[in-house]
Write a protein that binds this ligand. Structure first.
Ligand code: AMP
Length: 398
């Protein structure tokens, strides 16, 4: 594997940008994908966020586009607005000496600025599917000269029900093009798209459970579900953190936890799909700037977010999809920094936890919080069965 960016064939202007980003060596996905993309190959990249996948596709693409021709030549399709903003930021940073125009298109905001961006002559469009099709229908976004099509987090786009929109957009691009498909999981539905949308793709795999987990110390705290709130707040109070991301499965839990955290001395913001775009942007900006120490988010809203310097991730639930565990804990310990992730685990989640441990290939260390008044002895073993809980007590604690 190459040990420096210059050995991968990247140009001086890109190397200068990387220097100002402080990147000294390529991550594994970058070392594998960059030379292939520079050669014009189609790629299936199996990689979750935290692996450096954005730079893996952005750097060689910027280099291949070379100079501005004043019309859209590269389209990056992403599932969420937040990810769109992040990918665009990355393209800007890496392309700071490239002289290419980049435009961001996503829903929930007015058209004016986005249309103006397109009219100025965008070389690169970073977009969510709905708004892109909308602007295409209004004859504002032109896809007939796209040379590089990048489909990012395709698994999430499919989960979110975008399959038809994504397929339509692929068909709107010229047949003669380079296509780069990135996805955390590469299951049948993804391969089905690859079959017709990609040409002799090379698969580049940077998923190993260890990739995300390597720099993250992660622990499971077994607890009955009705004591999760208490345990979460006690853990928060006992933890010396700079910034904490709390993941929940539901929007309702996110709202409730936010209220709980508000009652402590910490500042807190919430990120989920029912919040308006300005609210989401404010929550994220406030968390990044340090105005909020705690961000409570659902998986969908938080997937792929790249926020630097998160010291702790708290999983209020064990995720239903094991890959989400890697995504969630991948929010901390980013690119060589150390992070800590805690997962609260109740007996009804035993199958989910087993799936996560299967994916990681090893059990996650169980921990018990000293001085916490557990109503039931927590299950500390890796292979745990549901403990007995008196029915009367279950009812009382609902
Ligand atoms: P991504 O997986 O694209 O979301 O990137 C994860 C994080 O790693 C981002 O904060 C990038 O800025 C950072 N990053 C990407 N490539 C490198 C690299 N080669 N060295 C150090 N940090 C990197």
């Amino acid at each position: 594997m190459s040990s420096s960016f210059s050995e991968l064939g990247l140009s001086d202007s890109i190397l200068r940008a990387l220097e100002s980003c402080g990147y000294t060596e390529p991550t594994p996905i970058q070392a594998q994908a960059i030379p292939l993309i520079l050669q014009g190959r189609d790629i299936i990249g199996a990689a979750q966020t935290g692996t450096g996948k954005t730079a893996a596709f952005a750097l060689p693409t910027l280099q291949r586009l070379d100079k501005s021709l004043g019309h859209p030549r590269c389209l990056v399709l992403v599932p969420t607005r937040e990810l769109a903003v992040q990918v665009e930021e990355n393209f800007r940073r890496y392309g700071q000496h490239a002289g290419l125009n980049i435009t961001l298109l996503y829903g929930g905001v007015g058209y004016h600025e986005q249309v103006a961006g397109l009219r100025r002559g965008a070389d690169i469009i970073v977009a969510t599917p709905g708004r892109l099709l909308d602007l295409w229908g209004r004859r504002q976004a032109h896809l007939d000269k796209i040379e590089v099509l990048i489909l990012d987090e395709v698994d999430r786009m499919l989960d979110m029900g975008f399959i038809e929109d994504v397929s339509r957009i692929i068909r709107l691009c010229p047949k003669e093009r380079q296509t780069l498909l990135f996805s955390a999981t590469v299951e049948k539905s993804i391969l089905n798209i690859a079959k017709w949308a990609l040409r002799e793709p090379e698969t580049v795999d940077a998923r190993s459970g260890a990739t995300a987990a390597e720099t993250v110390a992660h622990y499971v705290y077994p607890v009955e579900s009705y004591q999760k709130y208490d345990l979460l707040l006690t853990l928060l109070a006992k933890t010396d953190f700079k910034s904490v991301l709390v993941f929940t499965r539901t929007k309702r839990d996110a709202d409730r936890i936010t209220e709980w955290v508000e009652s402590t001395k910490n500042t807190v913001a919430t990120l989920h799909a029912d919040r308006s775009q300005p609210e989401r942007a404010e929550a994220l900006a406030g968390f990044k700037s340090g105005k909020y120490q705690v961000l409570v988010a659902t998986d969908i809203a938080a997937r792929g977010l790249d926020i630097r310097g998160i010291t702790h991730v708290f999983n209020y639930n064990v995720p239903e999809h094991p890959e989400d565990y890697i995504h969630r804990i991948g929010r901390t310990g980013r690119a060589m920094e150390e992070g800590v992730a805690y997962t609260l685990f109740s007996p009804d989640e035993v199958l989910y936890l087993q799936a996560v441990e299967r994916l990681l290939g090893k059990p996650i260390e169980r921990r018990k919080l000293d001085d916490f008044k557990y109503r039931f002895e927590p299950m500390m073993g890796a292979n745990t069965s549901t403990p007995t809980l008196a029915p009367a007590l279950r009812r009382r604690n609902r």
